[in-house]
Design a protein around this ligand. Structure first.
Ligand SMILES: *[C@@H]1O[C@H](CO)[C@@H](O)[C@H](O)[C@H]1NC(C)=O
Ligand SMILES: *[C@@H]1O[C@H](CO)[C@@H](O)[C@H](O)[C@H]1NC(C)=O
Ligand SMILES: *[C@@H]1O[C@H](CO)[C@@H](O)[C@H](O)[C@H]1NC(C)=O
Ligand SMILES: *[C@@H]1O[C@H](CO)[C@@H](O)[C@H](O)[C@H]1NC(C)=O
Length: 533
């Protein structure tokens, strides 16, 4: 058959204009291309360490791997040659232009799955919160990436809860999942997933996987990413522990994949990797339950997990890249078509609260709502002075929250009981205003109770803005419930205590038992979200 030249040219142009990769969709426990062919991730983690990427200035917190066209031009061909169809990025700059890299990836048949946090804006396992600034960060990443059809979705957290001592943080991550999913739904006409990437801690392995999958599916994860390093060098499906994982996830109701794998606990670290686990991952032992995985990682750096060594504009593949390349060339995961597949698994039950798991299912921290926080803040009679520094906040929080627990109920959360103050999601300044004002009022509005060593002052014209009445009233009743639930008694009155006396800050350093106690640490920039081993 011959086409006239005109037809050929226009179809080429069309081909060009519509070259974008078809979006990935999720059905039951599997991923599919839109045409119904099953999709298995053959992934590589792609994010250079900040220092290694040449960032020297103190305020450069990370280097966006999708914003450097030259680096993408250098690396995408090597990823493609490795039959990579997915990269995972850990921190992107939502304000940067990603068009060039996303196009290079798209042309190479490569999809992207990205974490939503960045090192200084992440859910901190030691002082977990889900607040207006994190919400702003997460939604800005969605805004920046959702327009590309080769974005599969996001991770709302990476190894945030990493053992039984910090399970409370998972409540905040799940709230982030809920709100990011809802945001995507309001903004995008297509499906983009929101999942969680977990480490593997034997003590909480079952609870955490069940927690993120349980309950109302509008609030639950779309997929479970496992950062798993248990198969090192030579091993077997059973010997490595993989068989147990597959058994465990047989019942899971959403897709499971390895969000990081590639153990380097070997004589010659990364270079000793022989990728037997890759063969297993795409074999019949696993493909019914696990949708592939993401090798950690592209860049050879100090932690010695690299496939490729880069220097300026040049990149050279290491031996373990070559080994992986020959292994991945032989895998042929057996798949099912979307039409032939009827999901049958149902969500897990929420785990019970116990000694190792301290999060009640079905009750999440509130959705960040800056309007409500602003309504609250403008209504306050006692507020922080404008020159009060963030580093002063911790001391004031500690003082008020240890002496007047009721004042703090509105900004606190208790993951075991599932009771959260309505302002638990406000930013630190708004929360400080809230507790200052509550304390002041609980002290019968004694002028001396709004001073705090000249860190607080009476507001010049507190007012309830129009449109705020109903939301403030509903927040106030939620906070009454929180105060009752936390058994926060009334504070000693001003007449019988010295609280109302001008407070001398140097006496206030006793650490309270409130989560806000760690605020100062967080303000100084200790992020815990980007754990790259
Ligand atoms: C579906 O689309 C994918 C990606 O473009 C392609 O690899 C696959 O061959 C297609 N399947 C069918 C049945 O056309
Ligand atoms: C849990 O993880 C934290 C943070 O990584 C660590 O400081 C702590 O020692 C760990 N606790 C246990 C019991 O492993
Ligand atoms: C499920 O969660 C969504 C989002 O939080 C909520 O709007 C909806 O009412 C919930 N459904 C049920 C049955 O609780
Ligand atoms: C999976 O579900 C089946 C049927 O409900 C149940 O018998 C089995 O114990 C479950 N397995 C796991 C590991 O939860």
């Amino acid at each position: 058959m011959r086409y006239s030249q005109g037809v050929l040219v226009s179809s080429l142009l069309l081909g060009q204009a519509y070259a974008a990769l078809p979006p990935i969709v999720m059905k039951g426990t599997k991923f599919f291309f839109e045409n119904g062919t099953q999709f298995f991730m053959k992934g590589v983690a792609y994010q250079q360490d900040t220092a290694a990427a040449g960032a020297t200035t103190g305020n450069t917190k990370f280097v966006d791997p999708l914003a450097n066209e030259a680096a993408c031009k250098r690396d995408v061909p090597l990823l493609k040659a490795l039959k990579t169809n997915t990269i995972r990025t850990y921190a992107i700059d939502a304000t940067a232009d990603h068009d060039a890299c996303m196009k290079l990836l798209d042309d190479a048949g490569i999809y992207v799955i990205s974490d939503l946090s960045e090192p200084t804006l992440s859910i901190n396992r030691d002082d977990p919160r889900w607040d207006v600034s994190l919400y702003q960060r997460y939604t800005s990443v969605v805004d920046s990436l959702s327009k590309y059809s080769n974005v599969i979705g996001f991770f709302a957290g990476n190894e945030v809860t990493n053992n039984a001592s910090n399970t409370d943080a998972s409540a905040y991550v799940k709230a982030a999942v809920r709100d990011t999913k809802s945001y995507i739904k309001s903004k995008s006409t297509r499906w983009l997933g929101v999942g969680y990437a977990a480490n593997d801690d034997p003590k909480i392995r079952a609870e955490i996987a069940h927690y993120f999958n349980c309950g109302n599916q509008t609030e639950a994860i779309d997929y479970w990413g496992y950062n798993i390093y248990e198969w090192c060098g030579q091993n077997t499906f059973t010997g490595s522990g993989y068989s147990k994982q597959v058994d465990f996830f047989k019942n899971y109701s959403v897709p499971v994949f390895f969000a990081e794998y590639g153990c380097n606990d070997l004589p010659n670290k990364a270079e000793s990797r022989i990728w037997e686990e890759t063969t297993a991952l795409y074999s019949d032992d696993m493909t019914g339950v696990v949708s592939g995985g993401i090798v950690y990682m592209y860049f050879q750096e100090e932690n010695n997990y690299g496939l490729v060594s880069v220097s300026g504009s040049s990149a050279s593949v290491l031996n373990n890249y070559k080994t992986l390349s020959s292994v991945i060339a032989t895998v042929k995961p057996s798949s099912t078509s979307s039409a032939a597949y009827t999901p049958s698994n149902t969500p897990q039950a929420c785990p019970a609260v116990g000694s190792d798991w301290k999060v009640k299912g079905g009750a999440l921290p509130p959705t960040p709502d800056n309007n409500l926080c602003e309504c609250m803040y403008t209504s306050l009679e006692c507020v922080p002075r404008s020159d009060t520094k963030e580093t002063d906040y911790g001391t004031i929080f500690n003082y008020i929250c240890s002496n007047d627990k009721k004042a703090c109920a509105g900004i606190s959360g208790n993951t075991e009981t599932g009771v959260y103050g309505a302002y638990a999601m406000c930013n630190a300044k708004q929360q400080l205003g809230y507790v200052l004002d509550a304390y002041y009022k609980n002290q019968n509005s004694a002028a001396s109770a709004c001073d705090f060593d000249r860190k607080a002052q009476l507001a010049s014209s507190p007012s309830i803005k129009s449109g705020c009445t109903a939301s403030l009233a509903s927040a106030s009743s939620a906070n009454d419930v929180a105060a009752t639930a936390t058994n926060a008694g009334s504070p000693a009155s001003a007449s019988t205590s010295s609280f109302a006396a001008p407070v001398t800050m140097k006496n206030l350093f006793s650490m309270g038992d409130m989560a806000v106690g760690l605020y100062v640490v967080v303000a100084m920039g200790v992020g815990a979200g980007m754990v790259m081993l």
